[in-house]
Structure formats: structure tokens, C-alpha cells
Design a protein around this ligand. Structure first.
Ligand code: ADP
Length: 541
């Protein structure tokens, strides 16, 4: 027997409709790419997104066809997401920090018909356009006054383009399983692979992360996503914030410590999220200037391991609640968030900081398990380490055009490529990516644990650990260190600092000093490049 409830498909534009109707005047503030701070609201964004939809349809973009964005986090970028998805087309965010060859590959692979780009990417696209035969035209996200001279074919200023529509338009009636958005994984190994979100997955994910024990946004929040929209579905903020009716403060292209600080403080931001590298810049700025944040209450830090020293500074020195976040492009992206349960709610001070070494608990919609190499499930005891696998309605079932083949195990779980423990309270902790974990004498050493400890040393700005081939132990850890500008510790000092804090057999066999550690286009330590750099490195037997 079927139930007797209405069929109301979970479509992305319903989120914007809700925001416009119930929170229409709620501010969306942007540090515009042109410079000045721009103010709009959900009502206006919806009206303009409808114009985008109307114009895309008039142009001939059909259901399932892709339009690309090479753009910073701005109100215009949001309008394009909702406008494209609202006719059943697919917004495809391209990470402009990728190598030009990767951008060419991605745009061609996705067969993007139009590209919406910020003025900052016009020169890059001019170089690439001959290699992008599928792209019929470029719409530059600016007004006529700021439109650059360009050789891009069929280039138009977004505001001029938008002026051609009256917005008298209705969203398409779509199947909730229809594709809404696309984001390629950065492809640190092999070609990038396309993750395709559905309307349903975006809506369910936004709802699932908006409960109190997750991100839990409310209409009283003012939210600054310090995660670009081209990273992992913008961490869902373009959906979860309007769903809650929360105000948005969008940083545009300026991600330096001072610019982010100014927006957080002047715009009275209460919640923010981003990767550790962004917060390193913010903390450096606050440390140097002696400034504090008077409105910010909560910060989610993820995308890469959260250094405990950073958690401590935010939590204890500045009194801002820190939540480690874990996820991936394939998960829409949030897979876990470290918030308090009754079992952990009493933790305070240093104990609370220590809890933040864990990636956290899964939201409803994410099923999790850890398995051994034999595929057998391992216990949730906080010490058994296994391959982390996930299943749920906002987790990928396959990559675009079948890249990578079948990606699910027989039970429908997706292997995240991460190695983790899960404790009895359900808190998952990432040990490493499976390809980064160091296998020494048949045991596993977590590179992340050693990096986190090393970065607690005041003379270390950044640390990375990789496995180096060893004649007796298979692999041994090598610690690579960028010293702090004002204080460069020696090798002995660093090893003495680690001794006693980690097991003896986890101690790095050597420490090398470098000026810079390579990062991927999504801000993670680029271990593949480090392994190439240190390929010939030999450790004393
Ligand atoms: P990329 O395109 O760089 O692969 P993703 O955001 O999809 O971008 O990367 C997901 C991966 O990032 C995870 O599988 C994990 O290895 C890493 N990651 C994310 N959050 C954390 C975290 N809190 N701690 C450690 N690693 C993390």
C-alpha cells in the first residue's frame, strides 16, 4: 500500500523559493570581485536566478546539459547555480586553481556549453578557448563598466545579459533524481573525475547538516563560507544557509587573513567554515594585530587534518567553538562533524580541544563502516584502524561517464580512500589517506598524527610526513618541516619535542627542512609531489 502524502520532489529551487518567501529580506553580502561590498537579499537573488533560468532556456540549454562556472563565492555565482539547476541544466563548478591542462580536460569532459567566469579568469580562458571547442560563449560575471576588452568568443557582461530577461518564468518541473550540479575531484592521481549531484541529494544533504548536532544553521546566524563554491559543492552552504534563512557573507576572491577578519567582524558573522590554511592566515593576522572577533561563535574546520594547536587557539584563546569537519566531494560533501554528545558534553578546556582531534559523528544520511583489507567490518573501539566506507543518499554511486568503473562494494558502500578508527561513541577519527599511511614492520603509522604533533612546536610553520622505503621495515617516516620565520629549531630539538609524545617506533627516522611544502588545488598537502621530490632519499638502515 502506498501512503497518502503529497508528491513534492526535493528540488534545489524549492530552497530558494522558501528563503525568498520566508526570509526574503535576509542579507546576502559579498566582497565583490570588483572591490566594493555589495548587498542583496534572498528575494532579489531568486528574482535574478529566475532571469538566469529564463535566458538559459531561451538560449537553448536543455535538461541535463552543463554550464560551467569559473568563479569566486559571490551572489552572482549563486544566481547561476540556482538558475541553471532550475531548468534542469547542471551547474558545473571548475576549480580555477587547477593546472590549465586539467581545466581544459574537465570542461571538455563535461561538455560545458557556456562558461560563466569572473573577470579575474578572462586572461586564463583566452589562452584556453581554442582548446575548448564545446564552449559556445562566455558570460563575464560583472557589469558593463567593469567588462574587460576580451577576445573570448560571444563574450557578454552578465548584467547586460540579465537585462534581456523580465524574470516572468517558472522553474521546471523535474524529477528529484535529475542532475543539478557537478564538481570534479582534484585528481591528485590520474585524471579528475566528475561527481554529479542530484536535486534530491543537495536538498537532503542541506537538511541533514542543518540539525543542531551538525552545522545547525538558523535564521539568526550570519554565515561566512570561507570555502570557495568550486571546492566540494561549496560545502553545501549555498543550499544549507538559504534553507535555514541564515544571512550570508560571501568573501569573493579575497581570502587573506585581514580581508576575512574584516568581513567576520564588520558583518557580525556568527558561523564560518573552511580549510586549515585559510584559518592559519586569519590567526596570523589576529596574532600580529592583537584583534579579536566579537561575534563569531562557531567555526567548522575540515578538508584536511585540523592541527590541534589551531583548535586550541580558537577554542581557548579566542573562545570560539571549534568543530572538526570531514567530508569529500563525493559526499556532497559533509561526512562527519565533531560536536558534543551527552557522553562528551562535559569536556572542557584541553579535553575539549583533544576531542577535536576526531573528525566527529556522522549526520543522518551517512552510514559509515571501517573494514580490514579482507573486507570484514572492524569494531568501533577507537583503536581498530580500517578502510572507511560510506553509504547514503548524498554519496556518489558512480563518476560521470563511468570514469573509474564500479566504485561501490557489494553492499553499496563507497570506499573513501581514508583510513580511520571509530570509537564506542561513534566518533570517527581519520588516520590517513590509505595511500599516505606508512607501513612499517607490518604496522601502520599515521602521518597525520605525527604532522599534528610537529605543528604544535612553535618553531614549525608546517609539517608533512611521508613514508620512505627502508630495507628492514618496508617504510619509515620522514618528517619534512617548514620552519617558522622567526625561529628555526634544529633536528635534535624537534625529535626531542616528539619523543615521549608518540610511540618510539613512530619516531621519524629523519627531519629535513624546506622553504615550502607543495599543496594541491584544494589546499591539501600534496604528498604525491613530496614523494617524487624525496624519491631517492635514503635513510640509514
Ligand atoms: P580533493 O579533490 O582534494 O580530493 P576532497 O575535498 O574531495 O577534495 O577531498 C576529500 C579528502 O580530504 C578526504 O577523503 C580526506 O582524505 C581529506 N579530508 C577531508 N577532511 C579531513 C579531515 N578533517 N581530516 C583529515 N583529512 C580530511
Amino acid at each position: 500500500m502506498l501512503g497518502l502524502m503529497q508528491d513534492w520532489p526535493l528540488l534545489c529551487h524549492r530552497i530558494l523559493d522558501h528563503a525568498a518567501r520566508h526570509h526574503g529580506a535576509r542579507e546576502v553580502v559579498t566582497r565583490s570581485v570588483e572591490g566594493p561590498v555589495h548587498r542583496t537579499n534572498y528575494g532579489e537573488i531568486r528574482a535574478r536566478a529566475l532571469k538566469v533560468a529564463q535566458l538559459l532556456e531561451r538560449y537553448g540549454i536543455r535538461e541535463g546539459q552543463r554550464v560551467a562556472t569559473l568563479a569566486w563565492t559571490t551572489w552572482r555565482h549563486m544566481e547561476v547555480w540556482y538558475g541553471a539547476a532550475g531548468i534542469g541544466a547542471v551547474y558545473h563548478t571548475v576549480n580555477p586553481r587547477l593546472f590549465p591542462d586539467q581545466i581544459t580536460y574537465i570542461v571538455n569532459h563535461a561538455e560545458d556549453r557556456l562558461v560563466f567566469a569572473d573577470v579575474t579568469f578572462v586572461a586564463l580562458l583566452e589562452q584556453l578557448q581554442d582548446k575548448l571547442p564545446c564552449v559556445e560563449g562566455f558570460i563575464i560575471l560583472t557589469d558593463r563598466a567593469h567588462m574587460p576588452q576580451t577576445s573570448l568568443r560571444n563574450a557578454q557582461a552578465y548584467e547586460d545579459w540579465l537585462a534581456q530577461a523580465d524574470g516572468d518564468f517558472e522553474w521546471a518541473a523535474l524529477d528529484e533524481r535529475a542532475a543539478a550540479g557537478m564538481c570534479y575531484t582534484s585528481g591528485t592521481t590520474g585524471n579528475p573525475k566528475g561527481v554529479v549531484y542530484t536535486h534530491r541529494s543537495n536538498v537532503l544533504h542541506a537538511m541533514a547538516v542543518n540539525v543542531p548536532d551538525m552545522v545547525g544553521l538558523s535564521s539568526r546566524d550570519r554565515v561566512l563560507p570561507a570555502v570557495p563554491m568550486f571546492h566540494a559543492n561549496g560545502w553545501s552552504i549555498p543550499f544549507s544557509a538559504p534553507l535555514a534563512g541564515a544571512a550570508l557573507v560571501l568573501p569573493g576572491m579575497k581570502m587573506d587573513g585581514e580581508s576575512i577578519y574584516d568581513l567576520l567582524e564588520n558583518e557580525r558573522v556568527t558561523f564560518t567554515d573552511g580549510v586549515p590554511t585559510v584559518w592559519q592566515m586569519l590567526l596570523a593576522h589576529m596574532g600580529q594585530s592583537g584583534k579579536r572577533l566579537s561575534h563569531l561563535k562557531r567555526i567548522a574546520i575540515g578538508g584536511a587534518a585540523l592541527p590541534p594547536a589551531m583548535a586550541r587557539t580558537f577554542q581557548i584563546d579566542y573562545g570560539i567553538d571549534v568543530m572538526q569537519a570531514w567530508g569529500m566531494t563525493e559526499m556532497s560533501p559533509i561526512g562527519a562533524l565533531c560536536t558534543a554528545k551527552p557522553e562528551t558534553a562535559a569536556l572542557d578546556g584541553e579535553e575539549r580541544v583533544a576531542l577535536q582531534e576526531k573528525a566527529g559523528i556522522a549526520p543522518f544520511t551517512v552510514e559509515m563502516k571501517i573494514t580490514g583489507d579482507d573486507g570484514q567490518e572492524m569494531p568501533w573501539d577507537g583503536t581498530s584502524r580500517g578502510n572507511l566506507k560510506v553509504r547514503g543518499p548524498a554519496v556518489s554511486s558512480a563518476y560521470f561517464k563511468g570514469a573509474g568503473g564500479d566504485i561501490l562494494d557489494p553492499d553499496g558502500f563507497f570506499d573513501t580512500g581514508d583510513v580511520a578508527t571509530i570509537d564506542a561513541n561513534g566518533y570517527m577519527q581519520i588516520s590517513d589517506r590509505s595511500k599516505d599511511i606508512i607501513k612499517s614492520g607490518g604496522e601502520w603509522i599515521s602521518s597525520i598524527d605525527i604532522e599534528n604533533l610537529a605543528m604544535a612546536h612553535p618553531g614549525i610553520r608546517e609539517a608533512a610526513v611521508i613514508g620512505i622505503a627502508h630495507p628492514k621495515w618496508d617504510e619509515r617516516p620522514l618528517l619534512i618541516v617548514v620552519p617558522a620565520e622567526d625561529r628555526a629549531p634544529g633536528k635534535t630539538e624537534i625529535l626531542e619535542f616528539l619523543a615521549g609524545r608518540i610511540a618510539k617506533w613512530w619516531m621519524p627516522d629523519d627531519v629535513v627542512f624546506v622553504e615550502e611544502i607543495p599543496h594541491t588545488a584544494t589546499g591539501k598537502i600534496h604528498k604525491t609531489v613530496l614523494r617524487q621530490q624525496f624519491a631517492g632519499y635514503s635513510l640509514a638502515p
